[in-house]
Design a protein. Sequence first.
Length: 145
Amino acid sequence: MGVTPDEFYDEARIAIIPMGFCFPGLDAHGGDLPPRKECAPLWRDRLFAALPQIELVLLVGLYAHRWHLPKTVVGTVSDTVRRAPEILAGPWRPRLLPLPHPSWRNNHWIKANPWFEADVLPCLRTEVRRLLLPAAPTPAAEKPI
């Protein structure tokens, strides 16, 4: 994301919203199970409605891609993330940016897809930096004569 620790942990500027609010457990290989199917439908729309100031949602992983994007847009993680700049420029509000899950298990994916670092990460960093810039001061209202 290209942010400092202070920026990342500033609750007024960055929200970390999972697909589920509970740990789904581990699979036979030690990885996390998918988010529980009942979680997101119960609370996700209500939470986003309570946070209308959100301008950008980083869709981290396939489950977030599938929840937020139309079926016609979502393919494999690679296909969807490759289209990240196009999706970011799309009609959705808040704006959406699909990313792979940053798990250690995905290091191979990142090495096998150099376009991610070359094309998508600069787009991500530019957009996040733009949103984190301090708001321009509003000129004081003119006093009546």
